[in-house]
Design a protein around this ligand. Structure first.
Ligand SMILES: NC(=O)c1ccc[n+]([C@@H]2O[C@H](COP(=O)([O-])OP(=O)(O)OC[C@H]3O[C@@H](n4cnc5c(N)ncnc54)[C@H](O)[C@@H]3O)[C@@H](O)[C@H]2O)c1
Ligand SMILES: O=C(O)C[C@@H](O)C(=O)O
Ligand SMILES: [K+]
Ligand SMILES: [Mn+2]
Length: 353
């Protein structure tokens, strides 16, 4: 019996609704397969914790997380009560950076049984590799003066090391898939970091002669993701560009409530973290209507990461068969609750040899 220790951080808002049902799905899959089990340890960190303790997580929170095989996170943010930059940098981004989760892998694929808002979505299957450690998300900069002379400077940071790491991963992944890699750039407007990114994209292409490499300015690329998503395979993007493209990826699938993400630690020194692309959705929190499929899909990504491929596949199959049967939350045109959808996914998990 393989036993996995999973740290669970539901966080804020609908994170507290979609995470518990995902633990049910994982437990259910473990019962079906009989050869692996999960021990979940829950952490109460988030905005409630901040308002009580003045910090988003324990001071030694990162050390506490080190002993786990993986982290399952819901969402962080309660913008009415805590400024978003405080909550995200105090928990989500803190974990991503301290645990060197330098890549954020986010799929977007055509889903059976889901009405995409696109008139002709075709059978698209995209993987976005988002650089997850630097770029436009940087603490370098500051604010000076007050009043009419006040100014803010925000520096983007692009290192050769992190850019190369994301781009090389993109090439490798494309090589294992359809062999097409698109780099999101903006080197017509952003004159230092983006030409640098493009140069690295070109250099690394030499190692992958079988991958068809294209670069596209982010504005046009965003439009193409809507007009011809089926032409993409892997897209590699800086932190902010990848962030934006992956909400778009969720939207063209049918809802951002479906899209999952894997924050991968690639040096093996720390656990990786699995969370949906969406946030805490304060507008629907508390109604029991949040779509749990994005979070449940993160369980599949976590299982792949742990080497439990069959179990992961069985969860994705169960998700697809649930939507195909029309059991869906409101955001994708159904009337089922979070709990009903998750229960249906559990019931549809089948053992695979
Ligand atoms: N990784 C994260 O934890 C993360 C990601 C994005 C936003 N946030 C935070 O979440 C808070 C809200 O941000 P936002 O409103 O920009 O983005 P959001 O993703 O929370 O919500 C955007 C819209 O999508 C809907 N939505 C999101 N997830 C859904 C689901 N599972 N089912 C049905 N509908 C869903 C919401 O109701 C809302 O209308 C902010 O504090 C923000 O900083 C956190
Ligand atoms: O900008 C971020 O990384 C936070 C959130 O929008 C996400 O996509 O995880
Ligand atoms: K999230
Ligand atoms: Mn985002």
């Amino acid at each position: 019996m393989r036993n996995y220790k999973i740290a669970v951080i539901p966080g804020d808002g609908i994170g507290k609704e979609v995470v518990p049902v995902t633990m049910d799905v994982l437990n259910h899959a473990a019962e079906c397969f009989q050869d692996a089990a999960f021990t979940f340890t829950e952490f109460p960190w988030g905005c409630d914790y901040y308002l009580e303790h003045g910090k988003m997580m324990d001071d030694d929170g990162i050390e506490q997380l080190e002993e786990f095989d993986a982290i399952l996170l819901g969402a962080v943010g309660d913008p009415e009560r805590v400024p978003d930059h405080i909550s995200l940098w105090g928990l989500l981004i803190k974990i991503r950076r301290s645990m060197e989760q330098s890549l954020n892998i986010r799929p977007a694929k055509f889903f059976k049984g889901l009405a995409s808002p696109l008139a002709d979505p075709r059978d698209f299957d995209i993987m976005v590799v988002r650089e997850n450690s630097e770029g436009e998300y940087s603490e370098a900069g500051g604010r000076i003066h007050r009043g009419q002379d006040e100014l803010a400077i925000q520096n983007a940071v692009f290192t050769r090391k992190a850019s190369e790491r994301a781009i090389r991963y993109g090439y490798q992944l494309a090589g294992e898939r359809k062999g097409k890699l698109t780099s999101a750039t903006k080197s017509n407007g952003i004159v230092h970091s983006m030409p640098f990114w493009d140069e690295i994209f070109k250099e690394v292409s030499q190692e992958f002669p079988n991958v068809e490499a294209t670069q596209q300015h982010i504005d046009a690329l965003a439009a193409f993701m809507v007009s011809k998503p089926h032409e993409f395979d892997v897209i590699v993007a800086s932190n902010l560009f990848g962030d934006i493209l992956t909400d778009l990826g969720g939207a063209i699938m049918g809802s951002i409530g479906i899209a999952p993400a894997a924050n991968l630690n690639t040096n093996g020194d720390h656990p990786s973290m699995f969370e949906p692309v969406h946030g805490s959705a304060p507008d629907i929190y508390g109604q029991g209507i949040a779509n749990p499929l994005g979070q449940i899909w993160t369980a599949k990504m976590m299982l792949d990461h742990l080497g439990e491929f069959k179990m992961g596949e069985s969860i994705l199959d169960a998700i697809e068969s649930t939507t195909a049967a029309g059991i869906k939350t409101q955001d994708i045109g159904g009337d089922s609750s979070t709990v009903e959808v998750a229960r249906e996914v559990c019931d549809r998990i089948k053992f695979k040899e």
